[in-house]
Design a protein around this ligand. Structure first.
Ligand SMILES: [Zn+2]
Length: 124
């Protein structure tokens, strides 16, 4: 599966630098304590700009998914809720897509996009 290169900008540069090292970062607001994904410079809860990075454990639960079958190589898009409480739009990979179930325990894996950036995805 070809993965398009993500748009890199000052808000997400550290996120993708960490992803190259196999680390999944989340944004944490120093003002309200809220944790968020996707990476951004302004807290989505209190609009403060005091955002720090925190490392996620990379484990979570399959919240929902959909398997695209009318293509040469079926793939699954999914929402995964991390143990840290944030929900990521992502893909399920390296597992039997016919055996996915909502509530499955999942863990992060990183896949190379076109251009070399590493993208967090999830497997069972
Ligand atoms: Zn905040």
């Amino acid at each position: 599966m070809k993965i398009p290169a993500p748009p890199i900008n000052p808000e997400n540069r550290a996120f993708f630098d960490a992803a190259r090292e196999g680390r999944l970062l989340l944004g944490k607001c120093s003002s309200c304590g809220g944790i968020h994904y996707y990476p951004r410079a302004i807290c989505p809860f209190c609009f403060n700009d005091k955002i720090q990075w925190m490392a996620a454990k990379g484990k979570g639960t399959l919240y929902s998914y959909s398997v695209m079958r009318r293509v040469a190589e079926p793939y699954a898009i999914a929402y995964v809720t991390l143990d840290e409480g944030v929900t990521m739009l992502t893909n399920m990979v390296d597992c039997d897509l016919d055996r996915l179930k909502i509530g499955d325990a999942v863990r992060v894996v990183f896949k190379a996009a076109e251009g070399g950036e590493m993208i967090p995805m999830f497997t069972k």
